[in-house]
Design a protein around this ligand. Structure first.
Ligand code: GLC
Length: 690
């Protein structure tokens, strides 16, 4: 591949399953791979004392993954505690940065374990369940070059429609159309900006994919249209399991065509999720995938232009076989006075009902549609990817001119071309705000740019201060959605005494949109990261490499959110002199130049702080109550310019796919005396504010 600054070499072991993660042809290496030593079923590397290991996408712990072990095994686990080893996605990419600098991407859809100094402080060990994998070694001069090389190899990241960069409000569930109307009304009458409302599982009829509950959501197409007139996009959830129910067309068609996953004896595997018993569409079978993908059209025909794919690890509450056995065991141990041994037996069988590895071993995929059967367990981590690919391929086919919002819970590289991800069922915990921050750059590296976490936290009750602080970070993540679980405290911005402050913070997102959208688009089109750890741009600054709680956002700014309860500020490390801008709202702000080094920065509960890099600018809008209402032609250039700053601004219509059009680019060059030169084809009103 013609990559100037990153050399990629491929090493193939055994017979890898073709995942379609890699889109470029990469030359096979000769002999043993560089850097790593081959061991039984894997590789090992001796790290230096202070090497940093970046990567692994969606996982617990920090940006530097050292000191823990992780297993790529897509899992529906809502307890994102520090001692967990697997979450919903598989992102087998790491960069070792220290005495040597290289990237490793392992294309392997089964269980892969990364022991990064857990067993032995300086030993990195990667082991696969079976040695059928492709190892890619990436060598680049800089961390950014390595990432760019990887991204060229795996193809362009998904691009969401512009409205999906606005604020979204979600809840499990808004139960009726009237409840949705009420949520929209409350936002609009309080002037809290809003672009989308999410429909969780209860919009469906008995949790059946691609159906609408006609009693609670009557005249759905009209309702979708009514919301569109308010500039609100409704985004329904789609689950992986298809309910087993006579007369339900998706179920009946799937059975008739043989498109569901089968057991060894040829019968359909039966699991249970929200609707009760389900079959799982064989997302790895190209024909079944196309069939399932085309079902999204049922909702698109009613005006829907965005979806979220869920439970696609796939999550299995129980399998039909297993629960039957559990019931029998329960009966066998049943007594008026269960002793410890029997109680343990009972407890064990109940606690291992969900997502049981034996169940994943008991069904198969018809991977070529021609009868080549592969056990699910061996390709487990590809299921969510291919569900999302089913939808993405349909969108490209049916809507070649229009972008459709799509993001998924489960993922694998390759899926980044079809959709984004949200970071799953977090909790309303301060540590999960921090985790949201750590996951951003790790996911960005491997191409998942359109991502964010459930703001305010999904499970458990949130608090007003956590909601505020989380919004203060959430305004910077491409996906900005407030979502919460059934039974938890309501957390729409208007539920809080601090509504005015929340409104201003959300409003600031719309002010920042010209910059956020431009940086997103450039990172997608150029294979770069939208949010980066400091070490990526300040490579010779050993301290910067260890900063875990500040991120560079695009070219011009650094963010340093507050993530501790009752904190009235925080320590911030500046790798160089920067201009701090403190916002109470888009228009209420103060500025201060801070020299390089460590600072304690007071940040009140209703304040957002950004740090502008020297000789950098960023374009702001005058705000809006939704994306359509935000004027991208009336810009303020906010900056820190001692000599000259130049900013390449990307903007387009936000809906089409004409990404390469040179008219999408405008260059602003601002001098310290505030003069500005604008080069581009757009008619803009530009005001400079240094
Ligand atoms: C899963 C999803 C969550 C959703 C819930 C109900 O837990 O991760 O976002 O609200 O299912 O559909």
């Amino acid at each position: 591949m013609a990559l100037q600054k990153c050399k990629i070499t491929k090493y193939t072991y055994g017979k890898p399953f073709f995942t379609d993660a890699v889109t470029e042809k990469i030359a096979q290496g000769e002999g043993a791979p560089a850097y790593v030593t081959e061991i039984e079923n894997g590789f090992t590397y001796q790290m230096g004392d202070s090497d940093v290991v970046y990567g692994l996408g969606e996982n617990v712990r920090g940006i530097n993954k050292r000191g823990w072990h992780y297993i790529s095994n897509n899992t529906d686990d809502p307890n994102h505690r520090e001692d967990k080893v697997s979450l919903y996605g598989t992102h087998n990419f790491i960069i070792v940065d220290g005495k040597e600098r290289f990237g490793l991407f392992i294309d392997y859809p089964g269980k892969l374990s990364f022991d990064i100094g857990y067993t032995e402080r300086n030993t990195l060990t990667i082991t696969a369940e079976e040695m059928d994998l492709d190892l890619y070694i990436l060598e680049g001069e800089s961390l950014n070059d390595i990432v760019k090389g990887l991204r060229q190899m795996i193809g362009r990241s998904y691009i969401a429609p512009k409205w999906a960069f606005g604020y979204g409000q979600s809840r499990w569930s808004y139960m009726t159309a009237d409840e949705v109307r009420e949520v929209v009304k409350k936002h609009r009458e309080n002037h809290i900006p809003l672009d989308s409302v999410y429909l969780d599982i209860d919009y469906m009829e008995r949790y059946k994919d691609f159906t609408i509950n006609k009693e609670t959501f009557p005249d759905f197409a009209d309702f979708v249209q009514e919301m569109k007139e308010e500039n609100i996009h409704l985004v329904p959830i789609i689950d992986a399991g298809v309910k087993i129910e006579e007369g339900y067309d998706v179920y009946e068609e799937g059975v008739e065509k043989g498109y569901f996953c089968k057991e060894a004896d040829g019968s359909y595997f039966t699991g249970a999720v929200w609707p009760g018993l389900v079959h799982f569409p064989d997302m790895l079978n190209p024909d079944a995938r196309k069939w399932f993908g085309h079902k999204y059209k049922i909702l698109m025909d009613q005006g829907i232009d965005g979806f979220w794919n869920d439970m696609n690890e796939p999550a299995i509450f129980y399998s039909a076989k297993r629960i039957k056995k559990a019931m029998e065991t329960a009966k066998a141990v049943d007594s008026d006075n269960m002793d410890m041994v029997h109680f343990d037996e009972f407890r064990e069988i109940v606690s291992t009902l969900s997502n049981n590895p034996e169940d994943y071993k008991s069904f198969y995929h018809n991977v070529d549609g021609k009868g080549t059967m592969v056990c699910h367990d061996k390709v487990h981590n590809l299921f969510g990817y291919n569900m999302t690919r089913a939808a993405g391929e349909t969108f490209e086919e049916l809507e070649p001119e229009k972008r459709v919002l799509m993001y998924s819970r489960s993922s694998y590289p390759g899926m980044h071309r079809y959709g984004g991800i949200w970071q799953g069922d977090n909790l309303s915990w301060w540590s999960h705000l921090k985790l949201n921050m750590s996951m951003m750059p790790s996911l960005n590296m491997i191409g998942f740019l359109y991502t964010g976490a459930d703001l305010g936290g999904f499970g458990a009750d949130t608090t007003e201060d956590l909601m505020l602080r989380w919004l203060e970070f959430g305004i910077f993540t491409p996906l900005m959605r407030n979502h919460s679980a059934l039974g938890t405290r309501r957390q729409e911005a208007y539920q809080f005494g601090a509504m005015e402050a929340m409104k201003k913070i959300i409003g600031l997102r719309y002010g920042l949109l010209p910059y956020i959208y431009s940086e997103y688009m450039k990172s997608a089109l150029r294979g770069e990261m939208y949010m980066k750890p400091l070490g990526f741009d300040y490579e010779n600054d050993a301290f910067a490499a260890k900063v875990e709680d500040q991120l560079l956002l695009g070219d011009s700014i650094m963010v340093a959110p507050v993530y501790e309860q009752n904190a009235e500020g925080r320590y911030v490390y500046l790798p160089e002199t920067m201009k701090m801008v403190k916002f109470r709202s888009l228009t209420e702000r103060t500025e201060e130049i801070l020299p390089a080094g460590h600072h304690y920065v007071p940040i009140a509960l209703d304040e957002v702080v950004i740090f502008i890099r020297p000789n950098h600018i960023l374009p702001l809008s005058k705000g809006g109550e939704n994306v359509a209402d935000t004027d991208f032609t009336d810009l303020e250039l906010l900056g820190y310019v001692t000599e000259e700053a130049s900013y390449e601004w990307y903007d387009d219509d936000g809906y089409g796919r004409d990404y390469e059009n040179p008219a999408n680019y405008t260059t602003f060059t601002v001098k310290a005396d505030k003069t500005v030169e604008v080069k581009g084809q757009k008619k803009l009103k530009v005001q400079v504010n240094l």
